[in-house]
Design a protein around this ligand. Structure first.
Ligand SMILES: [Zn+2]
Length: 223
C-alpha cells in the first residue's frame, strides 16, 4: 500500500515515495535560492546572515502547512523536511557559503506546546538535520513570552515590538554559526528576535531556514 498524495488524494504509484504524486511534487512553488532577509519588514533591524525559504505561500503549500500545524498531522514533518532540505542545499551551493555549525528550532512556549501537543518547528528541525546530517542544538533557544496570539492582529511594527527580546539563548555559542528553522517566514520578526538572542551569546553568524515565505501583501491566515 503506497498511500495517497497529500495534495490531490490520488493513489501513489511505485517510485512516488515522497508522499506526493509526481505531478504535485513537480508543481510545488519552489523559490529561487535568494536571501530573503532584505525583503522582510524593518530590514535595518533584521539580524542574521542568510534567510532562505523553500516555497512560496501558494494554496498547495498553505494546505500542507495548515494540516501540519492545525490538523494534528505531525507525521507531515517527514514529507516537508526532505523538501526543505533539498531547497536549502541548493541555496548553500549557489551562494558558496559554509554550512552552519548548529541547527536550532524556532522555540515555542510551554503553554503553546501543551495546546498543540508538538512543536512543528522542532519536528521539522530534527528531520531536516537528519537529512542534511547536521547537529541539532536541543534547548538552545527558549521562548519567554508567547506573542503569537497577539501577532495575528498586529501590524508589522507592532510585531517587531512584541517580539523584541521574547527569545532567550540558554548558553554560549561563541564563534559558531547557527541556523534557525521555522515553518513560515512572514515579517521576519521572530527570526530576527532569535538571531538577536544568538548573537548576544556570541554567535558568529545566524542563518534562517523556513519552509514557506509569505509575501508582505499576502494574507497569511491563522499562524
Ligand atoms: Zn498529487
Amino acid at each position: 500500500m503506497l498511500g495517497y498524495c497529500w495534495l490531490c488524494d490520488q493513489s501513489l504509484r511505485v517510485g512516488e515515495t515522497t508522499g506526493l504524486c509526481r505531478i504535485c511534487f513537480t508543481d510545488l512553488p519552489r523559490l529561487p535560492p535568494s536571501c530573503l532577509r532584505w525583503r522582510c519588514v524593518r530590514p535595518d533591524l533584521a539580524k542574521g546572515r542568510y534567510w532562505f525559504a523553500g516555497f512560496a505561500w501558494q494554496p498547495d503549500i498553505q494546505h500542507l502547512i495548515h494540516r501540519f500545524k492545525f490538523q494534528r498531522c505531525p507525521e507531515l514533518a517527514s514529507l516537508l523536511a526532505p523538501l526543505l532540505a533539498a531547497q536549502v542545499q541548493q541555496c548553500y551551493q549557489f551562494h558558496q557559503v559554509d554550512w552552519p555549525d548548529l541547527i536550532v528550532a524556532m522555540p515555542m512556549t510551554y503553554q503553546r506546546w501543551c495546546k498543540r501537543g508538538y512543536s512543528q518547528a522542532g519536528l521539522l528541525t530534527q528531520q531536516v538535520a537528519s537529512v542534511l546530517q547536521r547537529p541539532v542544538a536541543q534547548g538552545l533557544l527558549r521562548r519567554i513570552r508567547d506573542e503569537e496570539g497577539a501577532q495575528h492582529h498586529a501590524d508589522a511594527g507592532q510585531r517587531w515590538q512584541n517580539m523584541k527580546r521574547s527569545i532567550h539563548c540558554t548558553r554560549s555559542v561563541k564563534g559558531l554559526t547557527v541556523a534557525v528553522v521555522d515553518d513560515v517566514l512572514t515579517t521576519g520578526a521572530s527570526i530576527s528576535a532569535a538571531a538577536d538572542a544568538l548573537l548576544r551569546r556570541g554567535a558568529k553568524a545566524v542563518d534562517a531556514w523556513t519552509f514557506a515565505y509569505v509575501e508582505p501583501h499576502q494574507p497569511q491566515g491563522e499562524t
